[in-house]
Every structure is written in structure tokens, then in C-alpha cells.
Design a protein around this ligand. Structure first.
Ligand code: UT7
Length: 328
């Protein structure tokens, strides 16, 4: 009997722009303090673009992932870019990335699931692979959140950063790679975290610009509470779909929005902190890039090894949430 197909991650790449904005820098911009930011979020610094675009960051991350996998652009069958901050409304950023990589035969689309986008993307890539539609898939989680950050709003501007992470997925008949994915959404919370204008509901006008409606707005405290619950639940659901429990987890890679959310979600899963990968202090919340970059760093630093059971869990605007179990 032929064994089942699995989607395995065979290449990893990442890119953050060189410019760093520290909490001390932010103290000079808004009424905040390093102490408040560190205690409430765990963030110490974040990387911001200085002219680089999302496609620039994505292409650098993608080239590293391709090299890691031993593939070339022309080997790709599909490119997915998960983002809420594309270079332009259209064409999709994935098409811009395709051009730079010379990935002539790849189909391309962008995916919008906010901070959960990388896990949604893993799910989509997994489906294309196990259905034998495509073989070599490039998935990028990337954001230039600084482009929608209101630098006068201290309640949000301290939280976010820019970056991109990329993975290559390929089929394998060994039981490794994506074991299960759980996705969820609840549009009743759509107002809690959004960019009000710039879409077809409220196109750009002088008034929308003056009212600062093109910037991200968040009801932080309420979002926090749902995030803790949803990230814990998504991880549990993914584990259950895989026929595993928290005891089997070698490394939890949660969305990096806030150290307190990460710790609370890990506690709900009954996981010791040494099993949780955290890098929020270096990058802040990079939305869909956070999970991709965290996975990259967890593998490269040796926290994720051959055979490790990895659980990714994320939460974002929508609200969306998702969990994924990977056997590395
Ligand atoms: O990526 C997925 C979605 N996003 C998230 O998951 C983020 C979820 N939310 C959070 O991480 C937290 O809610 C925040 C970090 C955004 C805020 O932390 P909090 O503990 O929920 O604080 P808060 O919003 O309840 O505000 C507490 C106080 C307020 O002052 P008063 O009303 O108590 O006098 C705020 O005005 O802190 C004040 N505050 C600040 N003070 C100094 C808000 N932002 C700042 C700031 N510096 N940057």
C-alpha cells in the first residue's frame, strides 16, 4: 500500500531590515517608557524598514529558503505571501516576488489572515501538496507594519515591527512535516483590530487621512484576553487532530505579540517555559512574519531538532486563530 503524503518544510529563510528602533528611541517619540513596554509586552526593540518594501524583504527571505532547500526559483510551483501590508493593493506581492525569483511556472496569490496568516498558509500549502496538485511551494509570512502604524498612538506604536520569514514545502512519504492543522475565525470581533480606511468601504480621502483612519486601531486589552484563550485552544485542537497531547510537545512556537500572552497560553497547555520559543524582545509583533521568523530561529538555534514535535499557534485580526503540529 502506498504511504500517505506529508508536506515537509525543507528550507527556511528570514529577513529583517537593519534599522532598529529601541524602547529608548520610542521614549523620545511618545509618552512611554522602557519599563512600561518591557513589563507589559516583553519587547525591547523592533526592526523597521527605511525604504525597503515588503517584496524586498520577502525576496531576501525566499532566496535563503530556496538555497536551504537546494532549489531554484524556476523549480517553484506556487508562491503564497501571507500579509496585511502588501506593496500595493494589487498586483499581489507574491507576483512581485515571483518576478524577482524568476519563478516562471509558479502560480501566485496573497493570503489575508493577519497574524494567523502563516498558519493559514501552512494549511493551504499542505492541501496543495497532499492532493498532489503542487510539489514545490514557497510560503512567505511578511509585513511592513510600520506603514500602518500610528506613530502618535502610544498604545499601538510600541508593539510592532517589520520583517519576513519564508519556508519551502515539499512532499514526502515519511511521516514528518505537517501532521495536523486547525483553523478558526470569529468575525464578531472584526472591530477590535483593524485599519478602518483605504479599502472599498472607506476609500482614501483628505478627511480619512486627517482622521488618521489609515492606521491600525486596536482595542488592546480586550484583544489580549481573547488571544490567550484562542491561542491555547488552537494548539490543543491541533494536538488533538494529530492524536497527541501537551506531553508530546518538544517546542511550542507561539505568535510573538506579547510575552504575557505567550506565557499565559503556554500555562494553559501545561508547558514548561523551556519548551516555549520566544523572540518577541528582538522584533516585537511582526504579524504573519512573527511565526515564520520564530520557526526559523527555533530551528537554527537548535531548539527544534530532527524528530521534534513542534506546535505553532497564532491569533490575529478577524479574529482568526490557528494551530499546527509539525514533526521536524
Ligand atoms: O497580534 C495579534 C493581536 N494583538 C495582540 O495580541 C495584542 C494584545 N494586547 C496587548 O498585548 C496589550 O493589551 C497591550 C500591550 C496592547 C496593552 O497592555 P494592557 O496591560 O492591556 O494595558 P492597557 O491597554 O489596559 O493600558 C493600561 C494603561 C492605560 O493607562 P490608564 O488608563 O490605566 O491610566 C494606558 O493608557 O497603560 C497606558 N498605556 C501606556 N503607558 C505607557 C498604553 N500604552 C502605553 C505606553 N506607554 N506605550
Amino acid at each position: 500500500m502506498t504511504k500517505n503524503l506529508f508536506a515537509q518544510i525543507t528550507g527556511l529563510g528570514m529577513c529583517v531590515p537593519p534599522k532598529i528602533l529601541t524602547n529608548a528611541d520610542l521614549e523620545k517619540m511618545v509618552d512611554t517608557s522602557d519599563e512600561w513596554i518591557t513589563q507589559r509586552t516583553g519587547i525591547k526593540e523592533r526592526h523597521l524598514v527605511e525604504g525597503e518594501t515588503l517584496s524586498d524583504l520577502s525576496v531576501i527571505a525566499a532566496r535563503e529558503a530556496l538555497q536551504d532547500a537546494g532549489l531554484k526559483g524556476e523549480d517553484l510551483d506556487l508562491i503564497i505571501v501571507s500579509t496585511t501590508t502588501p506593496d500595493m493593493q494589487f498586483p499581489s506581492t507574491s507576483c512581485l516576488v515571483q518576478k524577482e525569483l524568476g519563478a516562471k511556472k509558479a502560480a501566485c496569490f496573497d493570503l489575508a489572515a493577519a497574524c494567523t496568516g502563516f498558519i493559514y498558509g501552512l494549511s493551504v500549502a499542505n492541501q496543495f501538496i497532499i492532493s498532489e496538485t503542487y510539489k514545490n511551494i514557497l510560503l512567505i509570512g511578511g509585513e511592513v507594519l510600520s506603514s500602518i502604524t500610528d506613530w502618535q498612538d502610544r498604545s499601538t506604536c510600541v508593539l510592532f515591527g517589520d520583517g519576513a520569514g519564508a519556508v519551502i514545502l515539499e512532499p514526502t512519504r515519511e511521516e514528518k512535516g505537517i501532521i495536523s492543522v486547525y483553523l478558526a475565525a470569529d468575525g464578531n470581533f472584526a472591530d477590535f483590530l483593524k485599519v478602518p480606511a483605504g479599502g472599498s468601504r472607506q476609500p482614501a480621502t483628505i478627511k480619512t487621512v486627517q482622521q488618521r483612519l489609515h492606521f491600525l486601531k486596536m482595542r488592546g486589552n480586550e484583544t489580549f484576553k481573547v488571544a490567550v484563550r484562542a491561542m491555547g485552544e488552537a494548539a490543543k485542537e491541533a494536538l488533538s487532530l494529530a492524536g497527541l497531547s501537551s506531553k508530546d510537545v518538544d517546542c511550542l512556537i507561539p505568535h510573538q505579540a506579547n510575552i504575557r500572552i505567550i506565557k499565559a497560553a503556554a500555562k494553559r497547555l501545561g508547558l514548561d517555559e523551556d519548551k516555549v520559543f520566544i523572540n518577541v524582545e528582538k522584533y516585537g509583533n511582526m504579524s504573519s512574519a512573527s511565526s515564520a521568523v520564530a520557526l526559523y530561529e527555533a530551528v537554527k538555534c537548535g531548539k527544534v531538532k530532527q524528530g521534534s514535535i513542534v506546535v505553532m499557534t497564532a491569533f490575529g485580526s478577524g479574529f482568526t486563530s490557528g494551530g499546527c503540529v509539525i514533526r521536524w
